[in-house]
Every structure is written in C-alpha cells, then in structure tokens.
Design a protein around this ligand. Sequence first.
Ligand code: HEM
Length: 178
Amino acid sequence: MKGVLFNVVEEVVDETLPEGTWDRALDSAGVRGAYTSLGNYPDEQLVGIVGSISEQSGLPVPDVLRHAGQHGFGHLIERHPELVGDVDDLPTLLAQLDAVIHPEVLKLYPEATPPMFAVESSDDQLTTMRYTSPRQLCFLAEGLITGAADHYATAVTVTQSECVHEGGTSCVIEVRYS
Ligand code: HEM
C-alpha cells in the first residue's frame, strides 16, 4: 500500500482520536512508521495499525476503516485537487473512479495498485458498483464514498448488497441518494 494512504489515516487519527493513539498503534503493530507518500509498504502494516486503533477506540475494524475513509477523502483531494477539478457531483466522481481518477493516481504514484470499481447501474436514486481488490478494503471504500458525498454536500446512504467478508465473491456497494 502506498505511503500516502498511511499518511492520510495518520492525519485522520490525529484530528479525531485522543492524542497518542497513532504512536500506540505503531508500537502495537510493531512498525516504525515514518511513511513517505511515494513509498510502498506491506498491507499487513495497515491491518495491524487499524486493528490497534480499533482496540484503543472500541470501534469495530469496519467502522475504523469507514471513519478513516470518510475523514480521509478531504485530505486526499487536498493533496491532488486537480484529480477532481472537473468533477461537479458524486455520481460523476463514482463513474470516473475507474476510468480517470485511479488511472491518474497511477501516474502520480508509480507501482500503486488501486482497486477496481465497475459501475453496474446508476440513476438519480441509486448507483451500484462492484469493488474488486485483493486487499478487501471495501469498508474503506464505503468511507471514502461517504467523504466524497460530504464534499459535494450530497446526502447518501452507503451499503453493500454483497461483500467478501460475508461470503461474497466480490463486493457490491450501493450508494442511495436521499
Ligand atoms: C470516492 C472516491 C474513492 C474511492 C471509493 C477510493 C477507493 C480506494 C480504496 C478502497 C483503496 C484501497 C486499496 C484497495 O482497495 O485495493 C484506494 C487506494 C488508493 N487511492 Fe483511491 N479512492 C477514491 C478516490 C481517490 C482519490 C481522489 C485519490 C487521489 C489521490 C485516490 C488515491 C488512491 C491511492 C494513492 C491509493 C493507494 C493505492 C496503492 O497503495 O497501491 N483515491 N482507493
């Protein structure tokens, strides 16, 4: 996983959780930290850090990932505003994720392996998209989508109708506009 993702999670933890949480998470995951945005780090390090944040905060792991995504979205686009500069609403962002945004991410972060998002259907009430990644970070994806909805001041409910963590072969994320 790219260091920038670790950087964003650290920022969210520092802003929203008690002081010392990040350092204790590093200790308990047995990692040194000091992530550089362009570096590549083992996924297990993120899993260890998130696990410790879960223990410290009492939030289940899926909720820690949702929280990191929701509050981290703004930090991601602060770093790269040009990636969403032409995107005026959430459905367009979701439609462009696979074709434009993550491919652009690959140019900025060589050796990144972003996930796949295939929009299966979209209308003014509901966008349905299939998320596929060996990392199985669908809850982070849910949170990033919620953070993007906040960014566009759009009220949404994000759920999954199928999930690898519930025996599915991949994850189907449903974004309902309310
Ligand atoms: C709603 C919008 C977005 C969603 C749902 C989303 C989802 C995700 C998820 C779930 C991952 C974790 C890796 C995985 O699942 O395999 C990821 C990775 C990543 N995303 Fe996005 N993303 C979004 C927008 C963005 C934007 C705007 C940026 C701009 C910088 C970005 C940059 C990255 C980077 C750098 C990675 C790391 C890839 C790697 O380590 O190999 N994403 N994204």
